[in-house]
Design a protein around this ligand. Structure first.
Ligand code: JHZ
Length: 414
């Protein structure tokens, strides 16, 4: 019997409606973080449908299929600490959370704690931080840094066990994780079991309004099951006796939102919640319009990038890439960009180096390869870090090197 690797969505993950319509179909794609070791290069890799759909009732954009989390997350190539700006971001977040929610000596649980990038500054500031991380390689990295990490997927049963063993948590935090979880009801039940009466849940996730506006179609991949606006999330927590009490917009990952959630009625609710939801309503984000236009804008973006790269090839220019990102793999596969066009991709993550990108099979090399080889152009696959990367690669730019920023429409930097 063939093992079940994915399921097709039949109803909206938040409101249960079966009124689901296609937003954009990116075709059959390999998994965005499934980097291939060279000895496996001769073997084809599994592909899964990659299509975003929209719920006609609550407007949640989501994927039409759910790949089993064990396939995606047991061994995970993305290590947050490989990106210096992310380390700074989470250090600042730890400082804010410890001060605002008085976390010294309190239990803080992080869902999807990766290599401990947030656990470390939380512990340094006196919190009792515990990570939950399904990837064995990352949980081991964090544990080696003396950051206590449970190697498992977050579940309501696991949350009850933690609360029983260690007492309730003052804070549960989940960054770039909510979008990855199929059963959001299970998350809410876990939070209910784990948080103390005044406990807070803080989550960051890419904001669908920014994704649509800036044509960040490459951030669509199998790990990202949901593309949240605030309105559907308010509905999710509201149905479980919890409420959003604060929100902020962030520049991270092309535009993100950070929400603060507590038990209903326990904390003063910021006007920002109503303001952002009103903005979502006024901009049409909760209507079909922006989603219907998105597909055409994605196809135009692909054409512009392909034409730019074809022109460079004709002129004999050498092009490399920077950032062997998950989104880069959506972009490369959707645009059909192969090693004859982008000869290698440089990346600071040791686990990605020496491997080939999924699907297009472009070799990943250490970051130093850009300065050593000096390709005339470098495709910026980690465009979310454009400022930091342009600064870091100032010597490359000074010698005539240029970056290509691929979305919304390919352009050359600086
Ligand atoms: P980055 C990840 O997506 C995966 P990715 C995940 N599923 C998710 O939800 C999103 O983040 C939000 C490298 N790099 O952050 C390091 C350099 O080489 O854009 C990383 O491999 N030099 C959890 O993979 C990659 O680029 C540098 O100077 O799309 C960045 O990956 C910098 C700054 C980064 O996320």
């Amino acid at each position: 019997m063939t093992p079940v690797t994915y399921r097709t969505l039949t109803a909206c993950r938040i409101c249960g409606s079966t009124d689901l319509t296609s937003v954009v179909d990116l075709g059959a794609m390999p998994l965005a973080n499934a980097f291939v070791s060279p000895d496996r290069a001769g073997y084809p890799e599994p592909r899964y449908p990659l299509e975003a759909i929209r719920c006609g009732r609550c407007s949640l954009m989501q994927l039409s299929v759910v790949v089993r989390p064990e396939i995606l997350f047991t061994d995970y190539a993305y290590a947050t600490s490989a990106s210096a700006p992310a380390v700074e971001h989470f250090d600042a977040l730890a400082a804010e959370l410890v001060e605002r929610f008085v976390l010294a000596d309190r239990l803080v649980v992080e869902i999807g704690s990766n290599d401990g990038v947030l656990l470390a500054p939380l512990v340094a500031r006196g919190a009792r931080a515990l990570g939950i991380e399904p990837a064995a390689n990352l949980a081991a990295t964090a544990s080696a840094r003396s950051l206590e990490t449970l190697n498992e997927l977050f579940s309501a049963a696991g949350a009850r066990r933690i609360a029983k063993d260690r007492g309730p948590a003052r804070l549960v935090v989940a960054n770039n994780v909510l979008a990855h979880i199929d059963d959001l009801g299970e998350v809410v039940a876990g939070l209910d079991a784990l948080l103390d009466d005044d406990g807070v849940f803080v989550a960051e996730f890419p904001y669908v309004a920014d994704l649509l506006e800036r044509v960040e179609y490459d951030t669509i991949y199998h790990e990202h099951l949901s593309y949240f606006a605030l309105a559907p999330l308010r509905r999710l927590f509201g149905s479980a006796g919890m409420e959003l009490f604060d929100v902020s917009r962030l520049p991270e990952h092309g535009g993100s939102v950070r929400v603060y959630v507590g038990r209903s009625g326990r904390r003063e609710v910021s006007d920002e919640i109503a303001r952002l939801i009103a903005a979502e309503e006024q901009s049409g984000l909760l209507t079909p319009g922006p989603y219907a236009r998105f597909g055409e804008r994605v196809r135009r973006s692909r054409t512009a990038l392909r034409e730019m790269l074809a022109g460079l090839r004709e002129r004999g220019a050498r092009v490399a890439g920077l950032g062997a990102t998950a989104k880069g793999n959506t972009l490369l596969n959707y645009c059909g960009i192969r090693p004859d066009t982008v000869v290698f991709i440089a990346d600071s993550t040791p686990q990605k180096q020496g491997r080939l990108t999924p699907g297009m099979r472009i070799p990943v090399r250490p970051e130093g390869a850009i300065m050593a080889e000096r390709p005339q152009y470098t495709l910026l696959l980690a465009w979310n870090y454009a400022d930091a990367i342009l600064e870091k690669f100032a010597p490359y730019i000074a010698e005539g090197g240029r970056f290509i920023h691929p979305v919304p429409i390919a352009r050359v930097l600086p």
